[in-house]
Design a protein around this ligand. Structure first.
Ligand code: ADP
Ligand code: MG
Length: 317
């Protein structure tokens, strides 16, 4: 498809929905125009999916590539506690040999998850490139002063994560080693399960005092919280909810700390922990925040310190 054909194809696939009342000017003009909901602040993120890093055209179904492009951005919204109606801007960088069928599959996936997460496509861009990539900008909303950041953790807080860790990371590692990822790991890498309901719950009820989504690895990402909050953290290795599909293996921090989990990691003052009851089945306490100076420590069952200092995804190495 040519550029304008593709834009027209997308425009027809994403008719303006009645629920997106705030979208005053949809796809078709130089810019979109949105009216923010009264008394909300705008929260915006941008995330890119690059072939060979965040997905593999060879191993992912096209539909899953599209869905993942939306989900990694929803995960950022979740970490801030930002709620729907979400608006998305979608940029494709497309090589000449890209098949129409693949593009249509990807767009199908984007449409599916726009429906699932209440996202309205507001615009975007198309450009040619030597390598295929997708770039999504997403906007959501928070009630005034009710957004989560990385910087509010205090010594004594409990550290929690949602869902499970490690399966996606391991699929990615197998892929990078030149192997076809095992099917159940691949499924998790292709289709992350972001947790916007939990992020919004933690923010609106003012339960968490810091939050991040785990995209570059659990040990690296918690360090963003400890550094921003000027505190340290002690995690218990045995409490980290390793994905059940990995249970039979001899799991090491290295195996699970490489990123692509898209779960939430957040801190809660002890007095507020009881407020977590409605989401307790979806979360696990993995450690505590401590006074600054100790950075992030992971302790094994015997009380020995495990070295996790260099584990995590690095974009430029
Ligand atoms: P311009 O040349 O002014 O950048 P374009 O011709 O690129 O405009 O885009 C025309 C319209 O189509 C704009 O409203 C733009 O937001 C929309 N659009 C372009 N690419 C995409 C896309 N990949 N997804 C959704 N909307 C798109
Ligand atoms: Mg223009």
């Amino acid at each position: 498809m040519e550029e304008f054909e593709l834009i027209e194809y997308i425009r027809q696939k994403f008719p303006r929905s009645k629920s997106a009342k705030g979208l005053l000017l949809p796809i078709g003009d130089d810019c979109s125009v949105i009216r923010p909901p009264a008394n909300f602040l705008q929260v915006t993120t941008a995330d890119s999916l690059v072939e060979g890093n965040h997905f593999s055209i060879k191993y992912f179904a096209p539909k899953d590539i599209g869905r993942k492009a939306i989900r990694v951005n929803i995960s950022d919204m979740a970490s801030m506690g930002a709620c729907a109606p979400y608006y998305a801007w979608l940029t494709f960088a497309i090589p000449q040999n890209m098949k129409d069928k693949t593009m249509k599959g990807i767009i199908e996936g984007i449409k599916a998850d726009c429906g699932k997460y209440k996202v309205t496509l507001a615009g975007g861009n198309i450009t040619s490139a030597t390598q295929f990539s997708i770039h999504v900008t997403l906007t959501g909303w928070v009630k005034r002063q009710k957004f989560l950041t990385r910087s509010g953790a205090k010594a004594g807080d409990c550290v929690f994560v949602t869902g499970s860790i490690g399966a996606s990371t391991l699929a990615y590692k197998q892929f990078k080693e030149g192997r076809k990822p095992e099917p159940f790991l691949l499924k998790r890498w292709a289709l992350p399960q972001p947790k916007p309901e939990i992020g919004v719950f933690l923010a609106e009820k003012k339960i968490a005092n810091s939050c991040i989504d785990i995209s570059d690895g659990i040990f690296q990402d918690i360090r963003h919280i400890t550094r921003s909050s000027e505190v340290g953290a002690v995690l218990e290795w045995a409490k980290i909810p390793i994905n059940p599909t990995l249970k039979k293996r001899n799991v090491t921090p290295e195996m699970i700390g490489f990123g692509e989990d898209y779960e939430l990691l957040f801190t809660v003052p002890p007095k507020r922990v009881k407020l977590l009851a409605p989401v307790m089945k979806d979360i696990t306490q993995i450690g505590r925040i401590v006074e600054s100076g100790s950075d992030v420590e992971v302790i094994d069952k015997k009380g020995n310190r495990m070295d996790v200092s260099n584990i995590g995804f690095h974009h430029f190495t």
